[in-house]
Write a protein that binds this ligand. Structure first.
Ligand code: ATP
Ligand code: MG
Length: 356
């Protein structure tokens, strides 16, 4: 490389003394021609220990080998390289660097050496790692809370159904017994009849509440039966026709059934609440190792502007699917309806007992 004029030397020095990164210039043999002040600080050496030397005279052998190799690669290809590298600092702690190496070309476009800049990104790396760890922790927490909620709901549903349901039935039976033995007076008979009616209604209410908490049918008869119940009861309650097509239903992992059921439940609730639809449909089928479910309506479509923060339905669907390694895709056009497509992988072995 031609030697620099005095003026260029000062300019180079001004730049190298002020760059907050490690920076260097090397000739074709990888001998250091110039380094930044930060470079010397990081290594804890004087300029005279570096200039005119080869990487193996400045760095430990293993690191020097890597640097020679990348220098050669850059000169051979004539292309700039950018990569992240880690090294132990002189005080022994691991530090990360974002490094750029480029060829230096002379006026005839011949490659005469390399230039490099290495920025310390240890703090950013640590922040990234922390973010990843805290996301993972949040994910675990949300998974745990979902499991816990399902289990709690199942327990309350069972208790309502088995305990309180039995008690109410016993009251009703005794009332019926009294009615059958009461001849006159009319006024007592009428009161007993009314109590029987109330007890009947209480049993119906209780079943509905228990089922809404968690349909026992899901645990007992499986996903298909639970979706049949769900679509029927939602159609009855709302007056909206809801069709269900379930091809090749199978026995699913309880986590998959629960997720599929809750996602369809939320999607249909959205259709009733926001859709302004005239009909809705649920279809489920298998493809390779996944359960595919689509919930569609012919309503007004999702207004992206309206779906701001604080709305948890769609986010909850995504989270449930993601926890099982699946996904949710939403297809919606203004005025042309909405389709929520869910993909849940089936190849997973049951991980743990879910709500039972
Ligand atoms: N089938 C649909 N048709 C039209 N708009 C929909 C449909 N599903 C969702 N949306 C729109 O997307 C928004 C977000 O839905 P999301 O389920 O996340 O929230 P939400 O139903 O408003 O509240 P919640 O947290 O109680 O579910 C809704 O507020 C609605 O504007
Ligand atoms: Mg919703």
């Amino acid at each position: 490389m031609p030697t620099m004029s005095g003026r260029n030397r000062w300019l180079e020095r001004a730049l190298l003394d002020n760059i907050p990164d490690m920076a260097w210039l090397k000739d074709r043999d990888s001998r250091y021609l110039a380094v930044s002040a930060t470079y010397l600080n990081v290594l804890g050496v004087a300029e005279a220990d570096v200039i005119g030397r080869l990487p193996e005279e400045v760095w430990p052998a293993d690191i020097a080998r890597v640097y020679l190799r990348t220098d050669h690669a850059v000169m051979r290809s004539g292309k700039r390289r950018r990569y992240e590298e880690s090294r132990r600092g002189p005080e022994g702690s691991l530090r990360w660097y974002d490094t750029i190496k480029s060829p230096i070309r002379d006026e005839d476009n011949h490659i005469v050496g390399t230039v490099g800049i290495s920025r310390d990104i240890t703090k950013r790396k640590a922040a990234e790692a922390e973010l990843i760890a805290s996301r993972e922790q949040l994910r675990k927490l949300s998974e745990f809370e979902q499991q816990a909620r399902e289990q709690e709901r199942a327990r309350i549903a069972r208790e309502l159904h088995d305990e309180l349901g039995q008690t109410l039935t016993a009251i009703k039976m005794d009332l019926a017994w009294m009615r059958d033995r009461l001849g006159e007076p009319d006024i007592v008979l009428a009161r007993v009849e009314r109590l029987i009616g109330i007890a009947d209604q209480a049993v119906v209410d209780l079943r509905r509440i228990a089922t809404e908490l968690r349909p026992l049918i899901l645990d007992e008869l499986g996903l298909r039966a639970a979706l049949e119940w769900l679509t029927q009861s939602m159609a009855e309650r709302s007056g909206l026709p809801i069709t269900l097509i379930f091809e090749e239903s199978g026995a699913y992992d309880p986590d998959v059934s629960t997720a599929a059921f809750r996602i369809v439940q939320e999607a249909l609730t959205n259709v009733l609440r926001h859709g302004a639809a005239t009909r809705a449909g649920v279809s489920a089928r298998h493809e390779e190792d996944a359960l595919l479910i689509a919930v569609s309506d012919d309503g007004r479509g999702i207004d992206r502007a309206a779906s701001g923060s604080g709305r948890l339905g769609l986010a909850g669907m995504r989270e449930r699917a993601r926890l099982l390694g699946g996904s949710v895709a939403i297809d919606s056009k203004a005025g042309a309806g909405t389709t929520v497509r869910v993909r849940l992988p089936l190849d997973r072995r049951p991980r743990r007992k879910t709500a039972r």
